[in-house]
Design a binder for this molecule. Structure first.
Ligand SMILES: Cc1cc2nc3c(=O)[nH]c(=O)nc-3n(C[C@H](O)[C@H](O)[C@H](O)COP(=O)(O)OP(=O)(O)OC[C@H]3O[C@@H](n4cnc5c(N)ncnc54)[C@H](O)[C@@H]3O)c2cc1C
Length: 245
């Protein structure tokens, strides 16, 4: 798997956040949350594909975050506080920010998030994470499952900034198809592959013009994406990676 653990102030790469704990390994620099936990208002919950919702939350005045950073969300399930991490999937946090949640029907928290409604409150802390978009001139986004959320947010931000992006997305039941179509129309290379597909060819094409590689998704996808990058001769050490668990 890409870099088991590496944390260097300012150039942290491939930090693997342990999904079995909600403690974040804070570094003295960019991993420090801007915002202690507080209650934020849900602006909308939208279905964005099979078993997936996008949750828009009102942004507090003093909250800033970059696409690709994540927040800790806490809610009460059966009388107990449960926390999970979700990555920002909007291109910015102006007014509202969005998280894209893939729902495993057997999961403890995600199905409850799908039942939220506008006006509900959620407890959020963050942002966290160092592997976000920093205005790179070309962003190559490799996404598995709900990892497409941050990948789209970054691609949209890159295009808005006049930069380039390419997206390779693997999922048996693709989501956010309207936003992927919009990116294609704006000249972004977008490959959507089913769960069984080999990533090698698409990753080789997406990386052929260089650029900063980002990888978002669960551990199995990270392994496959890393192997595809290596097959394409791309140095995986510099990839920005977020492991969903
Ligand atoms: C840094 C970070 C960022 C994350 N960002 C997102 C995000 O933007 N969107 C998002 O949907 N999730 C994200 N996750 C995962 C999220 O925090 C939860 O783990 C997920 O929503 C399952 O929670 P649950 O309570 O429903 O399931 P649980 O009751 O915790 O159990 C479900 C189990 O299945 C695993 N799982 C669920 N779906 C998959 C899958 N498709 N492939 C492999 N394993 C899976 C979970 O990791 C867990 O082990 C992120 C995790 C981390 C660590």
């Amino acid at each position: 798997m890409v870099g088991e653990k590496a944390s260097v102030c300012g150039r942290a790469r491939a930090i693997v956040y342990d999904p079995t704990t909600t403690e974040i390994p804070l570094s003295p620099c960019s991993n420090r949350p801007d915002m202690d936990e507080r209650s934020l208002t849900v602006a909308a919950v939208r279905t964005v594909g099979p078993d997936a919702v996008a949750i828009d939350v009102e942004t507090p005045d003093d909250f800033t975050a970059q696409p690709g950073q994540f927040v800790k969300l806490t809610l009460e399930v059966d009388g107990e506080d449960e926390s999970r991490f979700y990555t920002i999937s909007s291109p910015d946090v102006d007014g509202e920010f969005e998280m894209t949640v893939g729902i495993d029907p057997d999961g403890e928290v995600a199905p409850q998030l799908a039942d939220l409604e506008a006006g509900d409150a959620v407890r959020i802390e963050g942002p966290f994470g160092s592997d976000y978009y920093e205005g790179e001139s070309r962003a190559v986004l490799l996404a598995g499952g709900p990892g497409i959320g941050p990948a789209i947010g970054i691609a949209e931000r890159a295009v808005a900034d006049g930069n380039e992006a390419a997206v390779v997305y693997q999922d048996d039941a693709p989501i956010h198809e309207d936003r992927l179509d919009a990116l294609r129309e704006q000249g972004v290379l977008v490959h959507v592959l089913d769960g069984e597909a080999d990533l090698t060819e698409s990753v080789a094409e997406a990386t052929s013009a260089g650029g900063q590689v980002f990888i978002y998704g669960f551990a199995d996808f990270l392994d496959d994406a890393t192997a595809a990058l290596e097959a394409a001769g791309v140095d995986t050490e510099d990839a920005k990676v977020e492991n969903f668990g």
